[in-house]
Design a protein around this ligand. Structure first.
Ligand code: SF4
Ligand code: SF4
Length: 858
């Protein structure tokens, strides 16, 4: 290609590689009008509003898609161009569609008479969300926008992400939200409070209400994109069911009391039980829905004031296995990679995760990366949406991860698909792995997983061809009796392929709740201080003793399942639960209820009267994520600010404030004027992880831990040059079948999980219009199984395991394979966790939500 300058309106400039005339003009500060063009997206060129004249060209060219070449002379102004542009605009305006407005969707509206078929919606829907909802029917003056099977959003592949609304220049597509605006409007930047992706949101609010939420365009995490939950599901704030006053149980009923009474009660009852029965008679569960600051303060209160390590959090029941397994192999239990590695990856391996529904913005980023040329390997028992885009799909049986991952390790070793130089330089234990996994245990894996050797060979060949691979994993690897073993086997595979610490590669375990990563980071764990520091390290103890004044013993406390066991046995008598609905979310529900009933004193900090609240002696009304200040930490270890956009209802208060005030009622003498002052202490408590973190430094896009000093810019990627122990440790992992994998008389394998429009136990989403899009839990069953059982689509079915029964409506689907079932757990009336059992990973204590043997009754 020839080089040299070009000219735009007489200004000389050097064309950039693949630079369009429009972009070059913008670089010179020359404005060219546009209509269908969308910055950051491939040009459409259809509207002709950006026409320019190019010397020597027979006719005017569209600036948005004509490349500027050396020697070109371009004119962007002049009466002829102005006339052409005006005509193009008039034509577009005249294009306006017709037909009935679409008003049935809970979030989206379409007014055909405002649509000029500019195609911007069509492009963003495809380029950002990958949903491909829209098309243009007809030509010329007859052209019109069409979508979905019958032109309703509800029956189209629309995910309700709202991206097309933001792109529509005429208001033809609009949000139901924000239609009527309130008084004085404020715009507040915060972090989405649903999943662990950590999208940045701009919240438009008046003095009382949240009116509208949109994505922050230049935020690294989501680049303006949001999913339906983050953008639209905020009406829970206005629900009349919100808890607005402290409630105490008197004569069997929960009755309103004042905050001073509530604080006196919590201090007195915890103090009495502690004095009478000792430190281990009390415990606390910190919340993954709340802020880092609240989690830090609650674990500190129990460790310092009561001298117990009985502190745990819901990471126990989701990602504790990944945290432990990755720590054992590479030295850190969190992600080694960051989200930006998605766009850099040659191969993305999604293992036991369904990001399109549980982490939709990342699911969309993965899909876009694949559309741009990345390879995709999906290992999952369900044919999830990403499986449709995968180059290889490994539909293994639930519970057989270790068998399949070991087989892939064996195949890499057998075929020479390993990174020998990386392994020699950075790891120990290769010979032991060879001894264990050679020849590749294909037969065993095929028997356990139902996957053919051919498919496993194809998966291994993808990894061997790509080399460093980005392994995106989810709860399908961790919530199993072999959860920790699965994480170790996955880390082995990542090391064999030279993936950990490389750009576009590594380990990226997705986190379910908005702050589950931060909650675990803050010491919500019975065997670790904040920053994953050892309870027995003398240096750590000396530092924390100086900072905290007193310390708990070196012996670990109880995990959540152990706390419930201790409560049933009468050893644990008081429990403080911060924002977690264990009565609905924890497995083996019947025994959880027994434990909660047996407690002498249960304190629950909540925003709604959850199932757990029914057992409480004291209920403390809490502020939700749109109503409090602090920080959340997302799945890529990025700590981001959370800000109050609107006040909490009634007398509800921010969690961190309540814990501080309760500590002071216990005469702890805590002086935290702001949540920022709590973060300053966190930095001192765990300096190797958070020493350089302060609220000022979190602007605008947050910081990835570890960030040990104020001169450190955070660590987006870990292990680039070394592992914490110097070298990573490959160790063979033995496959052990789950006790739930084959149970006589219970022929189906039940997997529980989430769907797109609901979130976890549905506390918030059930109280929004998401309930119109996903109104009940559904039991996915393969049509062949349904036919054999005499079950028709929509029929109510009873599921029974060895642990309990529940009922749900059947949805016939070939996303599950024959013999497998999938059930969401968002609605309390389903009682999904009556069916899940007591099986748990012996290493991490994580329950087995992803595999329960069940039978069906039509
Ligand atoms: S809301 Fe999202 S998925 Fe639905 S049509 Fe618009 S861009 Fe596509
Ligand atoms: S992907 Fe997760 S963090 Fe992002 S908007 Fe959706 S729920 Fe919120």
């Amino acid at each position: 290609m020839s080089s040299g300058p070009a000219e735009v309106d007489g200004h000389s400039l050097e064309p950039g590689p693949d630079e369009t005339i429009l972009s070059a003009a913008q670089r010179l500060g020359i404005e060219i009008p546009t209509l269908c063009y969308l910055p950051g997206h491939p040009p459409d060129g259809g509207c002709r509003v950006c026409l320019v004249e190019v010397a020597g060209a027979p006719r005017p060219q569209a600036a948005c898609h004509t490349l500027l070449r050396a020697g070109m002379r371009v004119a962007t102004r002049g009466p002829a161009l102005a006339r052409l542009r005006a005509t193009a605009r008039e034509l577009a305006e005249a294009q306006r569609g017709h037909g009935a407005p679409r008003t049935s969707h809970p979030y989206l509206r379409f007014a055909p008479e405002l649509c000029i078929t500019c195609r911007r919606c069509l492009h963003v829907c495809s380029d950002v969300q990958g949903a491909d909802v829209y098309a243009i029917a007809g030509r010329g003056a007859e052209a019109r926008l069409v979508f979905g099977a019958d032109e309703r959003f509800e029956s189209s592949p629309c995910t309700s992400c709202g991206t097309c609304v933001a792109a529509c220049p005429t208001g033809a597509l609009s949000d139901v939200d924000g239609a009527e605006q309130g008084g004085e409007i404020r715009r507040v930047r915060s972090t989405c409070g649903y999943c662990g992706v950590g999208c940045q949101v701009e919240v438009v609010a008046d003095e009382r209400r949240v009116l509208q939420i949109s994505g922050v365009p230049d935020a690294s995490v989501n680049r303006g994109h949001l999913c339906a939950k983050g953008r639209y599901a905020h009406a829970w704030r206005e629900s009349p069911e919100r808890l607005t006053r402290p409630l105490a149980r008197r004569g069997g009923e929960l009755v309103p009391i004042s905050w001073p009474e509530a604080l006196e009660l919590v201090a007195r009852r915890l103090g009495e039980i502690h004095a009478r029965h000792g430190p281990d008679a009390v415990g606390a569960l910190t919340s993954s829905r709340s802020t880092n600051e609240a989690a830090y303060l609650l674990q500190k209160l129990f460790r310092t004031r009561f001298g117990t390590n009985n502190v745990d959090c819901c990471a126990r029941v989701c990602h504790s296995s990944t945290a432990l397994g990755f720590k054992q192999v590479v030295g850190v239990g969190a992600a080694s990679a960051c989200y930006d590695d998605i766009e850099r990856a040659r191969l993305i391996a999604v293992v036991g995760a369904n990001p399109s529904e549980a982490h939709p913005v990342l699911g969309a980023r993965i899909l876009q990366a694949v559309r741009r040329g990345a390879r995709l390997l999906v290992i999952d028992p369900r044919r999830i949406e990403l499986a449709d885009a995968a180059h290889v799909f490994v539909p293994l049986r639930a519970g057989s991860n270790v068998a399949v991952l070991n087989a892939l390790c064996g195949l890499l070793l057998e075929t020479g698909g390993i990174d020998a130089e990386y392994l020699a330089r950075r790891t120990d234990g290769l010979e032991a792995l060879r001894a264990a996994h050679l020849p590749a245990p294909l037969e065993l894996a095929a028997r356990a997983s139902g996957v053919s050797a051919e498919v496993m060979r194809a998966a291994a060949a993808e990894i061997a061809a790509a080399g460093p691979t980005l392994f995106v994993s989810g709860l399908g690897t961790s919530e199993l009796t072999q959860g920790t073993a699965s994480a170790r086997a996955l880390a082995n595979l990542a090391l064999l392929s030279g993936s950990v610490g490389r750009p576009g590669a590594g380990l990226l375990p997705l986190r379910g709740q908005n702050n589950v990563q931060g909650n675990a980071d803050m010491g919500g764990s019975p065997d670790l201080f904040p920053g994953y520091q050892s309870l027995s390290d003398p240096e750590v103890r000396a530092r924390l003793s100086a900072l905290w004044g007193s310390l708990p013993p070196e012996t670990p406390g109880l995990t959540i399942p152990e706390m419930f066991e201790a409560a049933r046995a009468g050893r644990l008598r008081a429990l403080w639960i911060q924002g977690e609905d264990v009565a609905q979310s924890d497995p083996d529900q019947t025994r959880v209820f027994e434990a909660l009933e047996r407690l002498e004193f249960l304190v629950v900090q909540e925003i709604f009267p959850s199932e757990t609240v029914r057992f409480a002696q004291l209920v403390l009304p809490a502020a939700g994520w749109l109503e409090q200040e602090g920080t959340f930490t997302n799945a890529e270890r990025r700590i981001q600010r959370v800000r109050a956009a609107a006040p909490p209802p009634g007398e509800a208060r921010a969690d961190w404030q309540v814990i501080r005030d309760a500590a002071n009622a216990l005469r702890a003498g805590w002086d935290y004027p702001t949540p920022g002052s709590v973060m300053d202490e966190i930095a001192r408590a765990a300096p190797h992880s958070f020493g350089g973190v302060s609220y000022a430094r979190l602007e605008p896009d947050g910081l990835h831990w570890p960030c040990p000093s104020y001169s450190h810019s955070g660590s987006a990627r870990l292990h680039e040059t070394t592992f914490p122990a110097g070298r990573a440790r490959l160790e063979p992992v033995a496959f052990v079948a789950s006790p739930e994998s084959e149970v006589p008389g219970f022929p189906y394998r039940l997997i529980t999980g989430r769907v797109l429009h609901q979130y976890n136990v549905g506390t918030m989403t059930r109280r929004t219009d998401a309930a119109r899009l996903a109104p009940a839990d559904r039991l996915e069953i393969h049509p062949a199984d349904a036919a054999r059982e005499g079950i028709v689509d929509g029929a109510e079915v009873e599921l029974e395991s060895r642990w309990g029964r529940c009922r749900a409506r059947a949805a016939l689907s070939d996303r599950v394979s024959p013999g497998s079932l999938f059930l969401s757990f968002h609605f309390p009336e389903t009682h999904a966790n009556r069916v899940t059992g007591p099986a748990r990973d012996p290493e991490s204590d994580c329950p087995e939500y992803k595999l329960t043997a069940v039978r069906l009754r039509a």
